[in-house]
Design a protein around this ligand. Structure first.
Ligand SMILES: Nc1ncnc2c1ncn2[C@@H]1O[C@H](COP(=O)(O)OP(=O)(O)OP(=O)(O)O)[C@@H](O)[C@H]1O
Length: 392
């Protein structure tokens, strides 16, 4: 655990960048520092590896004061990733990644073998090993930056706006990759961003800082969205925090309608009988292929068995994996107002209309509120394990 205790930083010109900041950053989790420009995020991060020395206060790593540790050893125990990756331009990709193992005295062969293993882990093609940084895209360079930081297997990873310089699609890919790597390696990651969406996507816990380096709130993303501490945090979260909060509600308990799903070779009579008891007001029927995968919607009264007459169903959502936010999005975008739920192999489990999804949202919120009340005013203690994250 990294414990930041009453830490302040006043620069030589008198600027107070961080003001009596206290934070407990647990192992095996991603803690995000977020806040407006100039609120002291980078200063805080760099005080952890002593690139900047605090003016007062103490930072401990697993109980040990960082001031008492030799600075080189301290930095090698912490991977560091920055915006634009900061790669050595005159070194090949493999040698960039092998930098810290080489500094630690590993043989060239061993360090390169480790670097090759890491290239695979961060999703870089082997044949990029001999290229130079300028021969890679921005997103690929960021992957090299992450691989380089992981090379000596440090228990702590400090990441300063690592994905800010790439376009949103590449950025999303890098975030997913980081979550996957973290699932495998379980580091203590401290991640700086000024982008709240990024913080919510990757953070197990989020520290929102305000100007002057003061802590506004430190909480899990779902708690931040449901109970912002004050107006500053609320404003920083943006106007759609209600919708964004749905990302943390599971579709696992969603009640699905299976009575309106039929395979393409189903008998028309059977469809008519099964649906006749239900109101005929444009309640759709979903037709699947013979493997149970969705093909499209039809009006049961008009169905003639011709797949060419079906209306596209849009996108499905995966029960248990996707959140209620995704389910609601699918239903809103669907021409029938219903979303198609599938299992992990894409087979239809049922359909859910907007009303059903709304009811599930209300139930999940009630359950969440009851759970929070039982565990004490909804505030997690820093020792609590991070909440289960829905990543979509
Ligand atoms: N060497 C320095 N000397 C004086 N002031 C500094 C120095 N470095 C940073 N500052 C100031 O300290 C404050 C915090 O800076 P810091 O870089 O930590 O903020 P930040 O939250 O990371 O900002 P950004 O999101 O824009 O990167 C700012 O007001 C900045 O101008």
């Amino acid at each position: 655990m990294i414990a930041i205790e009453e830490v302040s930083k006043r620069y030589a010109d008198g600027t107070v960048a961080v003001d009596r900041l206290s934070l407990e950053i647990p192992n095996h989790s991603i803690t995000v520092l977020v806040g407006p420009s100039g609120c002291g995020k980078t200063t805080t991060l760099r005080m952890i590896n002593r690139m900047i020395e605090p003016s007062s206060g103490t930072i401990r790593v697993n109980g040990e004061d960082v001031q008492r540790q030799p600075v080189n050893a301290l930095r090698r125990s912490m991977g560091y990733v920055i915006q634009n990756a900061g790669l050595f331009q005159h070194r090949t990709i493999i040698d960039n990644i092998a930098t810290v193992p080489r500094l630690l005295g590993w043989s060239k062969q061993r360090a390169r073998a480790r670097a090759a293993e890491l290239m695979e882990r961060v999703g870089l093609d082997k044949d990029m090993a001999r290229r130079y940084p300028y021969q890679l895209s921005g997103g690929q360079q960021q992957r090299v930056g992450v691989a380089r930081a992981l090379a000596a297997d440090p228990p702590i990873l400090l990441m300063d706006e690592p994905f800010s310089a790439v376009d949103p699609v590449v950025r999303r890919g890098l975030q997913e990759e980081l979550l996957r790597i973290q699932g495998e390696l379980g580091k203590a990651i401290v991640f700086v961003t000024h982008d709240m969406d990024e913080a919510i996507t990757i953070g197990d816990r989020i520290a929102v800082l305000r100007k002057g380096g003061r802590l506004a709130q430190f909480a899990a993303p779902d708690e931040l969205l449901s109970s912002p501490a004050d107006e500053f945090v609320e404003e920083f979260l943006g106007g759609d925090r209600g919708i964004r909060g749905l990302s943390f509600l599971s579709t696992g308990d969603l009640e699905l309608d299976r009575s309106r799903v039929f395979p393409i070779d189903a008998d028309r009579q059977r469809i008519a009988q099964a649906t006749s008891a239900q109101p005929a007001d444009a309640q759709p029927v979903l037709v699947t292929d013979i493997d149970g995968k969705p093909i499209g919607w039809t009006d049961p009264a008009a169905w003639n068995g011709d797949a060419g007459t079906l209306t596209p169903y849009g996108q499905s959502f995966e029960i248990g994996r996707d959140s209620l936010r995704i389910a609601l999005d699918r239903a809103v975008l669907s021409t029938t107002g219903h979303a198609v739920a599938v299992d992990g192999s894409g087979r239809v489990l049922g359909i859910a209309g907007q009303e059903t999804i709304s009811a599930a949202i209300r139930a999940a919120r009630r359950q969440h509120a009851a759970g929070s009340a039982a565990s004490g005013q909804g505030k997690d203690s820093p020792q609590d394990p991070p909440p289960v994250k829905a990543t979509r």
